[in-house]
Design a protein around this ligand. Structure first.
Ligand code: SF4
Ligand code: SF4
Length: 186
């Protein structure tokens, strides 16, 4: 996978499966994330490490988006979803999200969806594509054969490095928020 130290890689992969509030519905998790955001967002943004990581993650996401556009991936996925009915954002993927990951999206200016607009797909998928900026490792990492067949090895390595920066920074922000919440409880 990415060019990351072994320990970071393990923690990143764990994040995909980590669910602080396993068992709650996605609607409950979104409500809790919104409540935390409404109560704490100003204070969270004033924390120097959180502030810095939000800015860094915005930059990483912009780099990822630019690379996906440049490599034609955005266009291929759009066509696949709209013309071939083939979006790979399957129903139930939303259960892998926890409140903190949703909170991260709110801190990055995302409006969470108000309902399940495509019942056969992930709750977080809207008519315009994924509603989120910060997604699961699996969502960021997955490239189907249709895409892989269009890419050179060099482009693939470059994309993996860019995605790796996005995931590592997202993980660091997740961790900083978790620490903040833990300290606030005490
Ligand atoms: S990753 Fe592949 S299957 Fe998924 S939407 Fe894009 S082209 Fe379609
Ligand atoms: S990319 Fe977005 S819509 Fe697709 S599975 Fe991931 S969270 Fe759901």
């Amino acid at each position: 996978m990415y060019n990351l130290p072994e320990q970071d890689r393990e923690q990143l992969m764990m994040r995909a499966a980590e669910c602080l509030d396993e068992g709650s519905s996605i609607e409950d998790k979104m409500r809790t994330a919104q409540y935390i955001y409404d109560s704490w967002s100003d204070q969270l943004r004033r924390e120097p490490d959180i502030h810095h990581l939000i800015e860094k993650l915005e930059m990483c996401l912009e780099n990822s988006r630019a690379a996906m556009l440049e490599l034609g991936i955005v266009e291929i996925c759009k066509h696949c979803d709209e013309e071939e009915g083939g979006s790979c954002c399957g129903a139930g993927m939303e259960h892998k999200f926890d409140t903190l990951l949703l909170l991260m999206n709110l801190l990055l200016g995302v409006s969470l969806p108000e309902g399940h607009c495509r019942p056969n797909s992930c709750y977080l998928l809207t008519e315009k594509g994924c509603s989120l900026k910060v997604r699961l490792v699996l969502c960021v990492d997955f490239l189907c054969p249709k895409i892989l067949n269009t890419m050179s090895r060099e482009d693939l390595i470059r994309l993996q490095q860019i995605s790796g920066d996005e995931l590592t920074t997202g993980f660091m922000l997740y961790d900083a928020l978790k620490r903040f919440m833990r300290n606030t409880k005490n």
